[in-house]
Design a binder for this molecule. Structure first.
Ligand code: SF4
Ligand code: MG
Length: 327
């Protein structure tokens, strides 16, 4: 497989203004030098605690923002520094499924109009062709096409997320960023929506960047997993390797807090409690950004930022503990 999406040294810094004259007093480094590939047909899980920058990263990759710097290419096309206006023709290729289906659907539009909107904007199909396509999409996501003229409020949360997914699929995208697509849903229907996303991936050959704070769910759906902390990816690995043998101390701590699915191991996996809070992304520590909380911190960690690199085949991390394992 080859990379469909390639991200290099992506930065998304937001200015902070304060005071009567709205003077610029600093910046939040929400995404601060992130690099990864998303391979064709895979699901790359992007995990981390709330505020780590994972949602901003997903939106930046789709160029929903003007990024601070970095390279992004999708399907061989460079979209990193491209002005918004020129991104239009790339829009159909890359889509987003949002966390809150309630907030992302216009309550004054019928389901048909919502799913049809991207077709209106980006295609020259006739009205009849568009309506036929909407009906097909409703079938694909498991919505009864008889309900096409209803409004979002008439649907349950899970059904509304299906509407959002149908809209994202309308232009036959290759790449979809799913930002916590089930976090706002009832636990009882979360699995249905995850299964639907997996079925659609298979059926349409989709590639996902799957953003979530839920490590158990990501373990189920992801091919590989990237872990973010304070605006940086600290580790990226194939799913099995990451869960069985996490390399970065932050990943270890994060995974030690996940309930153990194997009852025979219950209580045997040591719970790692991190000291202190996550530092502010406007004032990250010198050196390794995890050094203020890391149980394995060394002197070098407070001075030199560890380089993010492949320390074992297919396994990337940024940590001085792996300095000696280079090639
Ligand atoms: Fe911990 Fe040092 Fe590795 Fe950072 S570089 S994660 S502080 S051991
Ligand atoms: Mg978020």
């Amino acid at each position: 497989t080859k990379p469909l999406v390639r991200v290099r040294d992506l930065k998304m810094h937001f200015p902070i203004y304060a005071g009567l004259f709205r003077r610029r007093v600093g910046e939040v480094k929400a995404v601060d030098g992130v690099s990864f590939d998303v391979m064709e047909g895979e699901t790359l899980g992007l995990v981390g605690e709330s505020g780590c920058g994972k949602s901003t990263c997903g939106r930046a990759v789709l160029r929903l923002y003007d990024i601070t710097s970095g390279e992004i290419s999708i399907d061989g096309r460079e979209i990193g520094p491209t002005p918004q206006a020129k991104l239009r023709e790339m829009r159909p290729t890359m889509q987003m499924v949002f966390q809150d289906p309630q907030a992302s659907l216009n309550p004054r539009m019928t389901v048909e109009a919502i799913i049809k909107e991207p077709l209106d904007e980006h295609t020259k199909l006739s009205e009849a062709e568009k309506r036929a396509k909407v009906a097909e999409l409703m079938d694909a996501v498991g919505l009864n096409r008889k309900f096409a003229k209803r409004y979002p409020h008439a649907f349950s949360g899970g059904q509304r997320q299906r509407i959002g997914i149908a809209r994202a699929l309308a232009l036959n995208p290759k790449f979809i960023v799913c930002d916590e697509p089930i976090a706002a849903l009832d636990v009882s229907i979360q699995a249905q929506v995850v299964n639907l996303l997996e079925d659609l991936q298979e059926q349409f050959g989709l590639t996902y960047l799957f953003i979530s704070h839920d490590l158990s769910m990501v373990r189920h759906i992801a091919t590989r997993v990237a872990v973010m902390y304070l605006g940086k990816v600290v580790e990226l690995a194939p799913r099995e390797a990451l869960y069985a043998d996490p390399l970065h101390p932050y990943t270890r701590a994060l995974l030690s807090a996940v309930p153990e699915p194997d009852p025979s191991l219950e209580g045997k996996v040591e719970r790692i409690i991190l000291q202190g809070d996550v530092p502010s992304p406007s004032n990250p520590p010198e050196g390794c950004n995890f050094c203020t909380r890391c149980p394995s911190v060394m002197d070098i960690c407070k001075q030199i930022e560890p380089e993010y690199r492949e320390v074992r085949p297919g396994r990337f991390t940024a940590c001085h503990l792996y300095n000696d394992t280079a090639d």
